[in-house]
Design a protein around this ligand. Structure first.
Ligand code: FAD
Length: 309
């Protein structure tokens, strides 16, 4: 069973980088189910959804979808969109912050130019007392993303933090350094296709490592976002913090828009901080494929939508 799921994930994740499939799906995908995971194609639609989520006691982190840009002009466009998004979040009084992907800002093209774009966004967010999360992409970008966060902190911009992926064998080491520097981290299982040399192939090992990382962070007292839909882990966290007397103000739960919404609402109702990750935009294809790879049943859902047409 475990091998079957691994092969499934590998095949589906292989589609994430396929440009022909991306072009085709851009035409039909929203109708075929992407709208379940994407809050809208425009900023305005996403802001409206964010305000509705706020009304249901959920905080948000907003993500303008895009990654792996091919030109500096494209990256400039994403930078402009994020500056406008930060402005609108503040102006509309949305209880939220932003998440962005370093390759969307051109990290794969020119590291320094990408850094300067991200710095301008973090700086603008600092002016609005807003946090910026740098999402973690696949392993060629891990070192550079962590280096950017450390450089921003060294330059006095402390309203930014990275994501640590429990499937990577290196993560315990990375997390220790981030905790020593008291940097806000989001912990996740990890969503990309990685070789066994650097990532745990077995889900049970990833789960065990995620718990290890969560425990280390909660014990360190540095603010942590625990981003998972895994109810076993969420229940374990609730018990752990209760036993250790860790205040709820030391951490938050995060989940993706459209996934396990009743659980998000129930945790918020119980008084936990819950942040919903709200993606929007037209470049939703790779994000959507990663969501399909996480759960075989999601592919069945798409196939059923196709058959109904
Ligand atoms: P799983 O064991 O995969 O899922 C537990 C249960 O949750 C499943 O049984 C199912 O009921 C439900 N579930 C999970 N995924 C889905 C889905 N797609 N559709 C329907 N139900 C589902 N990964 C990165 O590599 N980098 C990042 O920067 C990053 N940021 C993230 C931010 C947030 C807020 C969240 C919640 C996740 C992020 N991820 C990121 C994705 C993460 O790495 C996992 O791939 C994803 O969260 C699925 O793992 P899980 O912890 O929910 O556990």
């Amino acid at each position: 069973m475990e091998i079957g799921i691994r092969v499934f994930r590998s095949i589906i994740l292989g589609l994430a980088g396929n440009r022909a499939a991306a072009a085709l799906s851009r035409k039909y995908g929203m109708k075929l189910g992407a709208s379940r995971f994407v809050a809208g194609q425009t900023r305005e639609e996403a802001l409206t959804r964010a305000i509705e989520l706020n009304e249901q006691k959920l905080c948000v982190t907003m993500d303008h979808l895009g990654e792996g840009v091919r030109t500096e002009a494209e990256a400039d466009g994403y930078q402009t969109e994020y500056l406008a998004l930060i402005h609108d979040i503040k102006e509309r009084g949305v209880k939220g912050n932003v998440s962005l992907k370093p390759t969307q800002m051109g990290l794969a093209l020119n590291g320094e130019r990408a850094y300067l774009r991200i710095r301008s966004i973090v700086d603008a967010a600092a002016g609005c007392s807003m946090f910026v999360r740098l999402d973690m992409e696949d392993s060629p970008y891990t070192d550079r993303t962590l280096a950017m966060v450390k450089r921003l902190h060294a330059e006095g911009l402390t309203n930014v933090g990275p994501v640590i992926q429990a499937y990577l064998r290196r993560s315990e080491h990375d997390l220790r350094a981030l905790s020593s520097a008291r940097i806000n981290v989001r912990l996740v299982k990890g969503a990309y296709k990685e070789p066994a040399r650097i990532a745990f192939p077995e889900r049970s090992d990833v789960d065990a490592n995620l718990k290890r990382l969560i425990r280390a962070r909660l014990d360190s007292g540095v603010y942590t976002a625990i981003a998972t839909h895994d109810e076993t882990i969420i229940d374990w966290v609730k018990t752990y913090v209760r036993r250790r007397g860790i205040p709820r103000s030391a951490f938050e739960f995060q989940m993706l828009y459209g996934i396990r919404t009743p659980l998000q609402l129930s945790l918020a109702e119980q008084g936990y901080t819950v942040r919903s990750y709200v993606p929007y935009g037209t470049m939703w294809y790779p994000y959507f494929v990663r969501r399909l790879a996480e759960r075989p049943a999601n592919v069945g859902f798409i196939v059923r939508s196709l058959l109904k047409r």
